[in-house]
Design a protein around this ligand. Structure first.
Ligand SMILES: CC(=O)N[C@H]1[C@@H](O[C@@H]2[C@H](O)[C@H](O)[C@@H](O)[C@H](O)[C@H]2O)O[C@H](CO)[C@@H](O)[C@@H]1O
Ligand code: ZN
Length: 307
């Protein structure tokens, strides 16, 4: 029986790769500090693109084996981050990647045709109940998921947000589904976020380094897509710069989704550490803990939570 860590974080994400993109450095830092980190991934990413030519045969419209392959990519990413507790919502294959298409306004929307088992069409209470069982087993003090728009609008991200927020409410109700375990009220809930000032700083660095293709068309001083949040919306920034190499290794593990010449790898090492080692969050439930005088934000998701 492994000892239960005093601090326990639960992350809920839609596809394999979201966890490493959004909070890979924070996950690695917290594991290194002896905190419990549990990841629930809602789908296996069956409908994803395939950036590795020799794996294109796995595509949904060919052998439809991308989900199984991405399960392996996720295992490798978890190994890179040191995370040992990862689950698929309801078990592997219960909910299928819904796919997406790009709206002319530049955000993601649901695809025209959606599989009958797609997460976007999941029954919310059924899906939430799978997560209630995990919440009541793990008993996390902190939950991290997406905002109501799923960051950039992907239907599976929006559904993961809904399932996570609903499950947190249901799990806390003592008389709700006692068969799913003893009630547990998660003290703090955060939505992943990217601070405007941080992305402008990262853009400035790569433009100054001569990179005009990464985040092509985005001007460090120009208008930004809505997925980047005004700094006043940010509650916490975890500086996990010491774990950015682990984050980059985890991103590399998701090889069918993320190329090594993409934005995450465009920065030189020291710039990468700053730009992608600092991960931001919006507190949407619970009381903020002590704030860093420099940023005015918390510096730890467990700020204010007793050891
Ligand atoms: C980061 C993320 O959520 N990725 C999703 C997303 O992938 C995008 C999709 O394949 C799109 O067609 C591409 O143009 C874009 O570059 C990809 O990021 O949607 C996939 C399908 O639902 C999903 O599998 C992937 O994890
Ligand atoms: Zn995703």
């Amino acid at each position: 029986m492994t000892a239960t860590a005093a601090h326990r974080l639960l992350l809920v994400h839609a596809h394999p790769d979201d966890e490493s993109i959004g909070q890979g450095a924070t996950m690695a830092k917290y594991v290194a500090e002896g905190r419990g980190v549990t990841l629930v991934t809602c789908t296996a990413g069956e409908m994803g693109e395939i950036l590795v030519p020799e794996l294109e045969h796995l595509a949904a419209d060919e052998e439809d084996r991308l989900g199984e392959h991405r399960r392996g990519e996720l295992e490798a990413a978890m190994k890179a981050l040191g995370v040992t507790d990862h689950r698929f919502l309801g078990g592997f294959g219960t909910y299928r990647d819904s796919g997406m298409k790009w709206h002319e306004d530049g955000h993601a929307v649901a695809a025209d045709t959606i599989h009958e088992n797609a997460f976007w069409h999941a029954d919310l209470t059924e899906a939430a109940n799978h997560l209630v069982a995990v919440v009541r087993e793990v008993r996390p003090q902190v939950l991290v998921t997406y905002d109501e728009f799923g960051g950039y609008g992907h239907p599976d991200h929006i559904q993961a947000h809904r399932v996570a927020m609903y499950a947190a409410q249901l799990a806390a109700a003592p008389s709700y589904r006692r068969d799913l375990g003893e009630a547990w009220d998660i003290a703090k809930i955060y939505w992943g976020a990217i601070s405007e000032s941080r992305i402008r700083e990262g853009l400035r660095r790569i433009r100054e380094a001569g990179d005009t293709t990464t985040f092509e068309g985005m001007d460090p001083d120009g208008e930004l897509p809505p997925m980047f949040r005004p700094d006043e919306d940010i509650s916490c920034e975890v500086d996990a710069s010491g774990h950015v190499e682990q984050k980059l290794d985890a991103l590399r593990a998701h090889a069918t989704q993320i190329t090594t010449d993409g934005p995450f790898f465009a920065l030189s090492n020291n710039q990468g550490a700053e730009a992608f080692g600092r991960e931001q969050f919006r507190l949407v439930k619970g009381a903020a803990g002590p704030l860093d005088p420099g940023t005015g934000w918390e510096s730890d998701l467990f700020a204010g939570i007793p050891d």
